[in-house]
Design a protein around this ligand. Sequence first.
Ligand code: KG4
Ligand code: ZN
Length: 331
Amino acid sequence: MIILGIETSCDETAVSVCRNGEILSNTVSSQLIHNSYGGVVPEIASREHEKLLNIVVDKSLGEAGINLADVDAVAVTQGPGLAGTLLTGISFAKGLAMGLNIPLIPVNHLEAHIFANFLVDPTLEYPFVCLLVSGGHTQLWHIKNMDSYTLLGETRDDAAGEAFDKGARILGLGYPGGPAIETEAIGGNPDAVHFPRGLMGNDSLEFSYSGLKTSLLYFMDDFKENVSISKNDVAASYQQAIVDSLVEKMNRAVYQTKSKTCVIAGGVAANKTLRICSREKLANIRILFPDLSFCTDNGAMVSFLGEVKLNAGYTTNIEFGAQPNLKMATS
Ligand code: KG4
Ligand code: ZN
């Protein structure tokens, strides 16, 4: 079976071809136009998707060596995400599926991030814990089976990716903030500044990053680079505060659910310090991280999950719409 996956939940125009669980192409056009605004401008993002979708689909089919006529189904991100960008992708996907007279499968973006871990290791077995860390979400899930997910905890305010993005803005670094802070932190001392780690008490599996961001803001008010503290040190310390709380809560979730496997999903999973610290702290647990190209928003996770859903017998009516606040069903 050949599935064409389309992802337009934010500012990546991403398309992929999946054949029988194998990713044949994973094509992404990142909209660099937003960098100069320090964040994604929704209206511009929708218009860019509209311009780019045809081109990226053609490129992805070419890279996969597949003709449009060979595609058996189209999968598209239904939500969560920006209303306008989701609508652009869904409208395009509907046109394609109707024109080809093939099924169209709506995919939950969060679930797709989690399922990207089956691309790392197809033998991944339920149950497992998932730390889902993206620009809009920071959640801990107990994934017991396909469609049987329990939310163990989530952020009370900012998401971890958002903390990176806002921190980068305060530090005068670029957007997206995660890679910018990661680069700035190279060679910096992560213990140079002690930033707060939110909600560390008791057995809490919840996260909080708004205090951390405020703390950085106040720190930078008086900060001048000097011989004892450089900007690299500040970036490294800020990054470490985010990573420490993620790793601690992940460890608690694994312990509380008595899990043997933990997977990490979403854009922040690309962070190397998070990867290293998780492996150190959860040394006896099997930890999976998607390849970098499957961490940040991509079409592969959509085409792959679309195929999983189709194989599991999911059908849908083509009249579905974009759901900017789509949640994962919890049980
Ligand atoms: O999953 P994703 O691509 O989009 C959403 O669904 O939100 O995640 C984007 C987030 C951004 O906040 C970005 O700063 C963060 O992931 N990110 C990173 C890294 N690469 C992307 N955060 C930390 N370190 C990275 N290397
Ligand atoms: Zn995402």
